[in-house]
Design a protein around this ligand. Structure first.
Ligand code: MG
Length: 262
């Protein structure tokens, strides 16, 4: 009887997994909103409101930045300081003493991922910031970010980016399936492939100097992304180079350019 019950439960869980997988339909339009879609509506960068706006616009991905507090809580904010408090030297409770201009509190990574999981069209591009304190702390942030994503079962939504080569390698070691792209711009596609990275996300100035890296990366099966691309001229140039993704503060402009190119 137990065997029958277990078989039935196994069948149900496989069925539910397949059904859920079938419902994941991420947009495919190259548009990554940088720190969420904040500019047109003056939302705070990296706020839940800017994430929701990126989803509403239909972006392929919404990027956000992650720091670790002194008491090891991962929080979402661009700069190393939040309202005059150095995040790495402050406790999470201390950060709660201030609010974002729209009244939100600083989101924890957990809260941000839970909000992101409520939709199934926009990927969450998680940038974990290198620690200003130590390489070990950078590695810890990478490891903890991956573990948080796993705990919340958010792997299908999340891709990672980082300026920390060591932190990136730690994230890949923590989850060999983690899709980690490198931001700093000094590594060749071959070096990234060798280290297990998923792709690059390089500054437009680097790619203007080394446009051949885009095709080299694609030939190696790496993804290509560029930041922070805010002019029509740069967007069109990258699209002509065959870039996979463009990270921008101006997602509405990029959507218009893509539509004109159709
Ligand atoms: Mg960022």
């Amino acid at each position: 009887m137990n065997l029958l019950k277990n078989t039935f439960l196994l069948f149900c869980s496989v069925f539910i997994s397949i059904t859920c997988l079938g419902q994941m339909k991420f947009n495919s339009n190259k548009v990554i909103a940088h720190r969420g879609a904040w500019k047109a509506n003056s939302f705070p960068q990296n706020s839940l409101a800017s994430l929701k706006e990126a989803v509403k616009l239909g972006c392929e991905g919404s990027e956000f930045d992650v720091w670790m507090t002194a008491d090891e809580v991962l929080v979402v904010n661009h700069d190393g300081d939040f309202m005059g408090m150095e995040i790495e030297h402050s406790t999470y409770a201390q950060l709660l003493s201030q609010k974002l201009p729209n009244g939100e509190k600083i989101p924890t990574l957990e809260e941000y991922l839970k909000a992101g999981k409520k939709q199934k069209t926009t990927k969450l591009i998680l940038e974990f910031k290198p620690s200003k304190i130590s390489v070990e702390r950078s590695e810890r942030v990478g490891e903890m970010a991956v573990k948080t994503v796993h705990r919340l079962k958010a792997q299908k939504w999340v891709e990672y980016i980082t300026f920390s080569f060591e932190g990136g390698k730690k994230a890949i070691a923590t989850d060999p399936k983690a899709k980690v792209a490198y931001l700093n711009g000094e590594k060749s596609p071959a070096e990234l492939k060798e280290a297990g990275f998923f792709g690059f996300d390089y500054n437009i100035r680097i790619l203007r100097q080394k446009p051949e890296w885009i095709q080299e990366a694609k030939a190696l099966g790496l993804t290509t992304n560029s930041w922070t691309v805010n002019t029509a001229e740069d967007m069109i140039w990258l699209l002509d180079q065959g870039i996979d993704l463009i990270t921008t503060d101006e997602p509405e402009l990029l959507f218009r350019i893509l539509k004109d190119k159709e």
